[in-house]
Design a protein. Sequence first.
Length: 135
Amino acid sequence: MLACNAFPGVLCGHIVDSEDAYMFAQINDGNAIALPFAKGFGWGAELRLQYIFEKLFGCESGGGYPKERVIPEQRNKKILDNIKEITHKDIMTILKTIDQEVLKAAISGEKFQEYFFKNCQVREIAKYLKGVLRK
């Protein structure tokens, strides 16, 4: 699953049962799944797989769960998809492309600054982030 999610345009979910499958399809609206075949796939495994695939493909995905949450879930998915599109690049491209106010808020904590700048080994990153904090 982690390897799949490292690729741009891939949203993979860890699916153990039919409930996971349904909620992944409705909430995350992903396009790949990871199944733990070594766990929980003894007797009745064929039924478990059948139910998983029924919930994945039995209705249109992205409909929300519960249904009344569809609009905020779709909005959040778009935000996360946008972040994923940005973050599948080198770190300097990410830092320069991501919303600068979000970045500043993320690095403004006193402890973050103390630990990060003391231990940062890439001068270019430290210099850029100090500039963001000054804005």
